[in-house]
Ligand binder design. Structure first.
Ligand code: DMJ
Length: 569
């Protein structure tokens, strides 16, 4: 009797376990098993009319051990209760946006956060969904992740109401998003869709010059009729390297890497021939390969990620592509000498900004002491670059540049910095920089842009909007991971609170018109980088530092992490 009872009891618990196992399996496979539908056009079959298919070579040479980027945190896999609470707030902000994207804009490019609708602005291939995949994974939202993978598996890159797409935006958002989600999850559907998309985007190089067209006109691309432009932002060619190199690494097919390497070789050849040697002008002639003629130099709009990718490519190739480290070193020196400036501030803060330079016909340089939200990535670039080449002075500059953006956030009534503004520059970034109220007032008068209530130190806020951009928080995150300085956590939290207060809507977060006004009018716009970048960096800064370590991952310019080669850190 006793034996039978024990037997039944054992059988009972075994069946329960079995049932639980079956349920887990069904639930898991329901989400992880997806049927991939091939796109209706195979872009790998496009004939290269102007150039032979790029020759097959190694993706890159031998890797080596690179210097560590991350600070040695004492408790790298733990966080305090305060950080956990902050992280949970970021998580619920993300969840609200995702839930409403799913309800009101599912499969469209963007959620309209005020009118609760959707819009297509990037080809209609679910930009927000793809851009958010890795954030979903990192935040542990696996059910939502696998549901989104199901959508990705049915995407047809040949089906869009548009006649063309931006090569840069589709590369950094869609291709970057797919590759990163694949790196994190290993889900094969993501790789298959990344390859289809990569094969489409790489035809942008099928032009008479062999350099990429900025816009991929689909019909022209299919028939080899594309032409690269005469005056294009440098990012449209200079900032494709990370994504296509990662695609070559994971497919072991060097054709993508070979294409972007053509751009890098031209960059290297021209770097010291420009009007501001060490930097490249903001616009390039991609029809002829002339990267040297223009007079305008910036690390902001049109040029930003061209520079950002130099140290990051060195990291992604495991130190094999030394030309990127060399180009970074040379560019950073030129930027430091010509673009960085220390602004006069009422409290004489020791902060830096990167302005822009116009080179006159006599070769003299005219510095415009401006600030752009887009330029705020530069603190993180100096930090990562300095660590990789073993130059701590870059890390110090990176910290001061990051503090500049934090200072600008704190200066405005909303607690957010404007898209574009001007300051008064001191003669040197090293010497003293006393506050001179009279000089500031004179400049304020000269630069007057209609704002009569600017914070002291600012002479205009030419573009007073905030578009939910990530660059400032991105540098705060990177510099925290590099230096371990606790005050950066508080700076990030203050920034988030200000941003959420000004941008929150019942359905998500919206861009605002004027950071100088508390309660500014909102715009019915929530770009995909809010979920892909801004909230991801915020979530990560309050997470244990050994998660998504900068020693193991390198983030593309849309905050999509790619795995660095093992054995190189
Ligand atoms: C993003 O798409 C990327 O970060 C890009 O490099 C710059 N612009 C937006 C965010 O501001």
């Amino acid at each position: 009797m006793i034996v039978t009872r024990v037997w039944f009891r054992t059988l009972g618990s075994a069946s329960i376990l079995f049932l639980v196992g079956i349920l887990w399996y069904l639930r898991h496979t329901r989400y992880t098993t997806v049927q991939v539908h091939k796109s209706s056009f195979d872009w790998s079959q496009v004939k290269y009319l102007h150039h032979a298919q790029p020759e097959v070579g190694a993706v890159s040479g031998a890797t080596r051990i690179l210097p560590k980027i991350q600070h040695r945190f004492e408790r790298s896999s733990n966080i305090s209760k305060k950080q956990r609470q902050r992280r949970d707030v970021i998580l619920s902000t993300f969840k609200k946006c995702w839930r409403n994207y799913r309800t009101y804009a599912w499969k469209q490019d963007e959620l309209l956060p005020i009118s609760a609708g959707g819009k297509n602005s990037f080809g209609g291939w679910a930009a927000t969904l793809i851009d958010s995949l890795d954030t979903l994974w990192i935040m542990g939202l696996k059910e939502e992740f696998f549901e989104a993978v199901g959508v990705v598996a049915s995407l047809d890159w040949n089906s869009t109401p548009e006649t063309s797409c931006s090569v840069f935006e589709t590369t950094i958002r869609h291709l970057g998003g797919l590759l990163s989600a694949y790196d994190l999850s290993g889900h094969d559907a993501l790789l298959q869709k990344a390859v289809e998309l990569g094969d489409m985007l790489i035809t942008s190089f099928n032009t008479p010059s062999g350099l990429p067209a900025s816009w991929l006109d689909f019909e022209k691309a299919k028939t080899g009729q594309l032409e690269a432009g005469f005056h294009e932002p440098s990012t449209s060619a200079g900032s494709l390297a990370l994504e296509f190199t990662r695609l070559s690494q994971v497919t072991r097919d060097p054709k993508y890497y070979n294409m972007v390497t053509k751009v890098a070789v031209l960059m290297q050849q021209s770097q010291n021939q420009t009007k501001l040697p060490g930097m490249w002008p903001a616009n390039w002639n991609l029809a002829t390969g002339n990267f040297v003629s223009d007079n305008s130099f910036t690390i902001g709009a049109f040029a930003d990620s061209t520079y950002e990718y130099l140290p990051k490519m060195f990291a992604l190739t495991g130190g094999a592509d030394t030309m990127y480290a060399q180009m970074y070193r040379t560019a950073a020196e030129a930027i430091t000498n010509s673009l960085l400036y220390r602004p006069t501030t009422p409290n004489e803060d020791d902060v830096l900004f990167a302005g822009s330079v116009w080179v006159e016909s006599d070769g003299s340089q005219r510095l415009n002491p401006e600030g752009q939200h887009l330029s705020c990535f530069i603190g993180g670039m100096y930090g990562v670059g300095g660590k990789l080449i073993g130059d701590e002075s870059h890390v110090e500059l990176g910290l001061k540049l990051t503090k500049g953006c934090i200072w600008a956030y704190n200066a405005f009534a909303s607690g957010i910095m404007p898209e574009n503004f001007n300051l008064v520059a001191c003669p040197s970034i090293h010497g003293p920089c006393p506050w001179d109220e009279e000089k500031w007032r004179q400049k304020l008068y000269a630069d007057f842009d209609g704002h009569d209530d600017l914070p002291k130190g600012f002479t205009n806020a030419r573009v007073p909007t905030y578009l939910l951009r990530p660059e400032a928080i991105e540098s705060v995150f990177i510099m925290y991971r590099i230096t371990g300085r606790e005050e950066l956590l508080d700076a990030a939290w203050t920034m988030f609170q200000a941003i959420d207060k000004a941008t929150s809507t019942p359905y998500g977060n919206a861009a605002i018109e004027d950071v100088g006004t508390v309660g500014s009018r909102q715009r019915d716009s929530m770009e995909s980088f809010w979920l892909a970048e801004t909230l991801k960096y915020l979530y990560l800064i309050f997470s244990p530092p050994d998660g998504m370590s900068l020693d193991e991952w390198v983030f593309n310019t849309e905050a999509h992490p790619f795995r660095r080669p093992r054995g190189s850190y």
